[in-house]
Write a protein that binds this ligand. Structure first.
Ligand code: ADP
Ligand code: ASP
Ligand code: MG
Length: 404
């Protein structure tokens, strides 16, 4: 594709050590030969973010979120500076910038802030001087002048937001796989690369666990119509285009099967079956900035009912604090937690017009003696929660059954 401005993003594995940073610098130089302006967004080296979070957890069970952002944002600053040095060493003028310098303005939601505006004035100035601009991913600055981070995997969103602000031709997500696959290639060896996929389907995939793209980045790309090209940082194999549905020609019924092992199930037992209980519970969780995913309420028996919902394991501590306080006031009998669950999802735009997909999914799980604990659907996806021990088998068997 002919292009004048492209934003490239390199993930943690792609910049894990000095040799890999030099490899990225070479790839940026190659891109710069063909494209007038190149902006590069980098993640922290390897698993730096996990290591930093681990240090915090050795100090406290619930780290203050402002300090967490101060800590985690340091990771990306290491890689941006090293990459800018590597580029200069190879004769390419380059300058690194933090989220604040780029004017990535966010709300005040520490550890999962949302981008409100991208200024990028200095980026444009530096690009005009012929430099490559290297930007620290995952970080921004809040309306209160505080450093914020954009949630795990947030460098994808930095890249897309910059691409939108700079009217880039497209945004290239360079990672450790060759593109978006029909299932996580680490779990389903038969998975194959998808050439093109719509924003809508990619959004469902990302939201249900395909961590190759952070779901917020796909949302952003869809809203600003920024084409995404997901490809390997290590070879030249063609990757996956993520574009608007109108531009996608082939349309399989099912595009992919995804899995998510990062959630936990919470059940509030014996909730009085009267108006207001769910509103109190979920209202308080929302006030604590907890994202709820699936929700089911069982059939009421003797005027009492169980309500189950899933949340990210990262939020479980917060959920415990909020809901245990509420059990008494809403008159429930108790609360239980299960963090050994897997959510398995079929995604495909063709589901809208093809009945029988859900039946095929349930039958495949039943044939493999996998019990379904929760179900949720949207027009283009079906999710089932199963026991964690059955998760990988479910992915492989569904991938086989639906001939992906
Ligand atoms: P990066 O550090 O480059 O941001 P991530 O680890 O966040 O990379 O995302 C890439 C990983 O996403 C892959 O290594 C792969 O295991 C995983 N993944 C999960 N589902 C999929 C999928 N459907 N297609 C491709 N990769 C997937
Ligand atoms: N370093 C951050 C993380 O590990 C952001 C990113 O890599 O996208 O989540
Ligand atoms: Mg990532």
């Amino acid at each position: 594709m002919e292009a004048t401005l492209v934003v490239q993003k390199y993930g943690g594995t792609s910049v894990a050590d000095v040799a890999k940073i030099k490899n990225v610098a070479k790839r940026v130089l190659e891109a710069k030969k063909k494209i007038d302006h190149v902006v590069v967004v980098v993640s922290a080296l390897g698993d730096t973010t996990d290591q930093l979070a681990g240090l915090a957890c050795q100090i406290t069970k619930s780290p203050p979120e402002r300090e967490m952002d101060m800590l985690l944002s340091t990771g990306e600053q290491v890689s941006m500076a090293l990459l800018a040095m590597a580029l200069k060493e190879m004769g390419q003028e380059a300058v690194s910038m933090t989220g604040q310098q780029v004017e990535i303005l966010t709300d005040t939601g520490h550890t999962r802030a949302k981008i409100r505006h991208v200024g990028a004035r200095r980026v444009i100035q530096e690009l005009r001087k012929g430099k490559v601009v290297v930007v620290a991913g995952f970080q921004g600055v809040s309306s209160e002048g505080e450093i914020t981070t954009l949630g795990r995997g947030g460098s994808d969103t930095t890249a897309v937001a910059l691409a939108a602000a700079l009217h880039a031709d497209y945004c290239e997500i360079c990672t450790d796989v060759e593109g978006v696959f029909t299932a996580d290639p680490r779990i389903a060896p038969d998975a194959h690369k998808i050439d093109r996929i719509s924003f809508e389907e990619m959004l469902e995939m990302a939201a249900t666990g395909a961590k190759v793209l952070q779901s917020r980045s796909v949302e952003y790309a869809r809203n600003y119509n920024v084409p995404l090209y997901v490809r390997s940082s290590f070879n030249e194999a063609p990757g996956t285009w993520v574009k608007s549905e109108g531009e996608i020609m082939e349309r399989p019924i099912i595009s992919a099967v995804t899995h998510d092992f990062s959630e936990a199930k919470v059940t509030v037992i014996g909730v009085p079956d009267k108006p207001g209980a769910a509103a109190d519970l979920f209202g308080s969780l929302a006030d604590a900035n907890v994202n709820i995913d699936m929700i089911i309420q069982n059939v009421s028996d003797h005027a009492r009912t169980d309500i189950s919902f899933t949340v990210s394991k990262e939020d479980l501590q917060k959920v415990k604090e909020v809901s245990e306080k509420l059990v008494g006031s809403i008159g429930a009998d108790g609360i239980s937690y299960d963090d050994k669950i897997a959510r398995i999802t079929l995604v495909g735009a063709g589901m809208r017009t093809h009945p029988g997909i859900a039946a095929g999914m349930f039958k495949t799980l039943a044939d493999n003696k996998i019990n379904i604990e929760m179900i949720s659907t949207s027009p283009i996806k079906i999710s089932c929660v199963v026991g964690m021990e059955d998760g990988e088998t479910a992915v492989r068997e569904l991938h086989k059954y639906f001939n992906l």
